[in-house]
Design a binder for this molecule. Structure first.
Ligand SMILES: C[S@@+](CC[C@H](N)C(=O)[O-])C[C@H]1O[C@@H](n2cnc3c(N)ncnc32)[C@H](O)[C@@H]1O
Length: 219
């Protein structure tokens, strides 16, 4: 199955993390596409040049592409050396995309979604700038996930240390974390906020928790 890579950044990330899966790159202008590579991503210049075909592109960067979806890696649901992100029924594709983007940046082991949103929906891919190619991204059920589960919730106890093999759950935009997740959670943890602020955006909360883990690890 193939997916559309919309824009230079999505193409760049697919080329960088999974070059063998990129099937086609269309560029409105080859010199301009190569100038973008030179300015932003010289490491992908040669692969882009090898695959690029001039054509009409409906994206302001003048670059788009098509790539195969990677073989699904479900092993992260049960074994990992870096936290797995579990999105509990996200509704907004842009939020799921932003969560995938920060998970890739912080070197999480993968991102799994509970609920009906397709993690490979074009709008999710757009929000993640193609970083689906940097780590496993998949749908799952709660029963499939093993390991210490930390549910992020504004009403929890302050986030302490995050184990390397943690499952970090963030709730949905409106409903927060489900009762099922709360019952299964080893800890329900919060990011303290100023009085009067009710919650953070889910990708923002995830970002803070993932970087708390990453920075404590490098320290
Ligand atoms: C927009 S919030 C959901 C708000 C929802 N009305 C609720 O009652 O939880 C989306 C998710 O971000 C995470 N989150 C937001 N603010 C947080 C905080 N201060 N501490 C921990 N997690 C937070 C939680 O996982 C939450 O379910």
């Amino acid at each position: 199955m193939t997916v559309a890579l919309e824009g230079f950044h999505a193409v760049k990330h697919a080329l960088r993390f999974a070059p063998s899966l990129v099937r086609r790159i269309t560029v409105a202008s080859l010199p301009e596409a190569l100038a973008l590579c030179d300015a932003l991503a010289p490491d992908v210049r040669d692969t882009l040049l090898a695959l690029a075909v001039p054509g009409s592109v409906d994206h302001p960067t003048g670059v788009c592409g098509v790539a195969l979806r990677p073989v699904e890696d479900r092993s992260v649901l049960s074994a990992r050396v870096a936290p797995l992100v579990l999105l509990d029924d996200p509704r907004h594709p842009g939020n799921a995309g932003a969560a995938i983007r920060v998970a890739a940046a912080a070197e999480a082991s993968g991102v799994a979604l509970l609920g009906s949103l397709d993690p490979w929906h074009p709008s999710v891919l757009r929000g993640a700038a193609g970083l689906h190619y940097a780590l496993p991204v998949l749908s799952c059920t709660l029963a499939e996930v093993t390991g210490p589960l930390l549910a992020l919730d504004a009403g929890g106890t302050p986030l302490g240390s995050v184990p390397d093999n943690a499952v970090l759950v963030v709730g949905s935009e409106r409903a927060g974390v489900s009762d099922e997740v709360r019952w299964r959670a080893d800890r329900v943890v919060s990011l303290p906020m100023r009085e009067g602020v009710s919650s953070l955006n889910l990708a923002t909360a995830l970002s803070a928790a993932l970087y708390a883990w990453k920075l404590s690890r490098s320290a």
